[in-house]
Design a binder for this molecule. Structure first.
Ligand code: ZN
Ligand code: ZN
Ligand code: FE
Length: 750
């Protein structure tokens, strides 16, 4: 008889790990205990050599489906013999971090319980150790009921029995609840009346949605605004109410079968959308939808039901999909509070469906897609946060505040980076307070004491201001260096690479707005090899909202002041006085900033082809250009020059000629995209010749463009490069904080 003390690290809490250990122990006749510590699961195991070996092998080989084992350490100890195997209460002793599980979509077994388990018939908060809310309800670690928003609900005797029974699927499932003891829904009507009772609520909600009403529905991480996507009227009302001009709405489909009628879905995409994360997946559209749903973009953001209530609604709805857009107005954070929802949505929603359990951590739906056969993440939130990124070096005490748009921050603990959920645009006051609140909660929950702040070089980003106000030492990281470093960190690369950052914006070392950059960088330094030739961006922020201004900037670069005459037909939709003002600004260099931004280049080309002269939502021009691109191998690239910088003036001239001679826009767009692959390949080859580097890292918001992403990867691989792209971390500014952390740590090490 021998006693071993085993420590298991990784994602091992809140996902049925201890019951699994208990069952394994029983199977091999092991005595002792298992308990959660703050940074790991501890097992004390007594048995014969052979039983102990089988027991540990079983734990390593067949952990529960959602577990991730990072390390197992074993040491022999000397203690008195135990008579049984126990699951001990959590000990809150250590100062290290335990992986808190992200929220998990309701599992099949629980859905069966809705139909067959007497105390959970139609109980909409059914969950077990394999599924249910986690991060959204957790306020501290170790993960135990008192540290969740389930704390006020007293378990009934039946739930308590299941909770205490190691052979039960709900053994130590912290949010365990049933019809007689758990949270309940209430449907609030504008009259002030309330409907209670889940069946009455589902019936009323279904009939409202069928009749074209909008219903605000509380989800796992915040409210959704739901309506019938096949009726024009609620869609229009929703757009006005949310002040969301043209941005596509996400749809929730009853199931994959129903989804297949409206979108093309391959095996990888199906795997992603049905995974426990249950994210929004961007798919190619099949059947026509009302233009009010997705502005005719040819793609739709879709997800499947992930809460019991979603399933209950679809069981009765006469149509296969619902608009499920985040419950917020304009750029504000998603609403999580019941009374705030009732007040805020009074002008939009015809009813508000709440439940009496608080959401502690707000999490939006995560947004993903499959590019080149691999998942990519554009918004990292529900189902993915707070899974850490493990690095091979120490990042302890580093707090990275991210960029300003699509903000997400990060804190370093040991060699782990804990990235926050998607926060949003900090220029919005409510979003900035969400940032500050979440920052405090994160550092508290994971017990991180920041010692060094990492921020963007832009002095006016509210995140940078926040970092400066901390009074702690600050490490500034250039925006595009941070993008590349973020992708390097995701792949644990710690050496010099070629970085291609195609992005919308970001302050460069010379004060210009960068965004079309070829860098040679490691985790300390970054050197700019080349970039797109600067053009003057007239009117600052307005240039990114009104792509015709960038078209004017590019044409001015081509022919100077006379461009407005020479290229008159391109500005037929622009007010003459506005165009004159832009010509004047370009000529006198008033409110003009030089830029190498690839995002602005897309804007210019999109405007020149007439696809989009004024954006009705962020990146619309680039999205429309991508959506129509012809994918024909035989298309020729446009001409471009290199004289130290990448000069696209010949391309711009050829594009204008093509437009004027009536070449179809898809062909122009296809040739333009191909030209960029050409640029990426040729410049990387040049760098390889000069430096011998052959790893290329792709990052920056423009790689959300499927055509550019897949084209660049293919071209570079064909040319013999090793190519690194993002998967779980966004290539857009949502990934900046990880890059800032990696660079700050890299410099601190030095
Ligand atoms: Zn379950
Ligand atoms: Zn109960
Ligand atoms: Fe960026």
């Amino acid at each position: 008889m021998k006693t071993l003390l085993v420590h298991i690290r990784g994602l091992v809490q809140g996902i049925g790990f201890r019951p699994f250990v208990y069952k394994s122990a029983t199977r091999f006749g092991i005595k002792g205990y298992v308990k959660n510590l703050s940074d790991c699961v501890e097992i004390c195991a007594q048995g014969t050599d052979i039983d102990l070996a089988s027991f540990i092998e079983q734990i390593k080989r067949n952990p529960p489906p959602l577990a991730r084992i990072d390390s197992v350490t074993v040491q022999e100890i000397d203690v008195a013999e135990s008579k049984e195997f126990l699951i001990k209460e959590s000990a809150d002793l250590s100062n290290s971090v335990t992986d808190v599980s992200p929220d998990i979509a309701v599992c099949e077994l629980c859905l069966d319980d809705l139909k067959g388990q007497p105390h959970r018939i139609d109980y909409p908060f059914v969950n077990c150790t394999f599924c249910g809310p986690r991060f959204s309800i957790i306020s501290g670690v170790p993960y135990d009921r008192p540290k969740t928003t389930m704390a006020p609900f007293r378990m009934c005797s039946q739930c308590a029995e299941e909770y205490a029974d190691p052979s039960d699927r709900r053994f130590h499932a912290q949010p365990v609840a049933c019809n007689s003891c758990g949270p309940v829904y209430t449907l609030h009507l504008p009259s002030g009346n309330e409907i209670t009772g889940i069946n009455e609520i589902v019936d009323a909600t279904v009939s409202m949605l069928q009749n074209g009403s909008i219903v605000a529905i509380k989800g796992i991480g915040g409210f959704h605004l739901a309506c019938n996507p096949f009726l024009k009227e609620p869609l229009e009302k929703l757009r006005t109410g949310k002040r969301r001009d043209g941005k596509p709405f996400a749809l929730m489909f009853r199931d994959v079968e129903a989804l297949k009628e409206y979108a093309y879905i391959n095996e990888e995409e199906e795997k992603l959308i049905s995974s426990p994360v249950s994210p929004i997946v961007l798919l190619k559209q099949h059947l026509e939808l009302l233009p009010e749903v997705n502005s005719g973009l040819g793609t739709i953001g879709v997800m499947l039901p992930y809460m019991p209530l979603h399933y209950m609604l679809f069981e009765k709805l006469s149509f296969p999909a619902l608009v499920m857009t985040s419950g917020n107005i304009s750029e504000e954070p998603v609403v999580i509070d019941d009374s705030e929802a009732i007040e805020k949505f009074s002008g939009i929603a015809d009813a508000v469906l709440c439940y009496n359990r608080d959401i502690y951590n707000r999490v939006d739906d995560s947004v993903t897609a499959v590019y080149s056969g691999n998942p990519v993440t554009f918004r990292r939130s529900r189902g993915l946060v707070p899974s850490p990124v493990s690095l091979s070096f120490d990042v302890d005490g580093i707090a990275a505040v991210g960029a300003e748009l699509k903000n997400c921050f990060a804190v370093g603990k040991g060699n782990k980076v804990l990235l926050s959920q998607h926060i949003g645009d900090l220029k919005n006051a409510e979003t900035f307070s969400f940032f500050r609140e979440s920052f405090e909660r994160f550092t508290k929950m994971f017990r991180v004491e920041p010692r060094l702040f990492a921020c963007d070089r832009h002095p006016d980003y509210l995140s940078s201001v926040f970092a400066r106000n901390s009074g702690l030492p600050i490490e500034e990281v250039q925006h595009h260096h941070a993008h590349i470093a973020s992708c390097m960190a995701e792949h644990n690369i710690d050496r010099e690479v070629i970085g291609v950052s195609f992005d919308g914006t970001g302050l460069g070392d010379d004060g210009a707005v960068w965004g079309g950059e070829f860098l040679i960088c490691d985790l300390q330094n970054s050197k700019r090899f080349t970039h797109f030739r600067y053009v003057n961006m007239p009117g600052g922020d307005r240039a990114s909202e009104e792509p015709w201004r960038m078209a004017a900037a590019y044409l001015y670069d081509l022919s100077g002041k006379s461009f407005a005459e020479e290229f008159k037909p391109f500005f037929s939709r622009v007010e003459e006085r506005m165009l004159e003002a832009v010509v004047f600004a370009l000529e006198k260099k008033i409110r003009c900033v030089p830029t190498s931004s690839a995002g602005r280049l897309f804007d210019a080309v999109s405007a020149l082809t007439g696809l989009c002269t004024v954006n009705s939502f962020e990146a619309e021009a680039a999205m429309r250009l991508e959506a129509c691109a012809a994918k024909d191998e035989r298309l020729e690239t446009y001409r471009w020059d290199f004289d130290g910088t990448i000069d696209l003036r010949p391309s711009i001239r050829m594009i204008c000629e093509d437009v004027l001679s009536g070449v179809p826009v898809p062909v122009i767009s296809g040739r333009f995209h191909k030209t960029l692959f050409d640029v990426i390949r040729e410049i990387c080859l040049k760098i390889r010749t000069e430096t011998g580097l052959d790893s290329v890292v792709l990052s920056g918001g423009c790689f959300q463009n499927r055509c550019i992403f897949e084209g660049a990867v293919k071209e570079l691989k064909t040319a013999g490069f090793t190519v690194y792209t993002h998967s779980l971390i966004p290539c857009n500014d949502g990934g900046i904080a990880l890059g800032q952390t990696a660079v700050a740590a890299g410099r601190r090490r030095k």
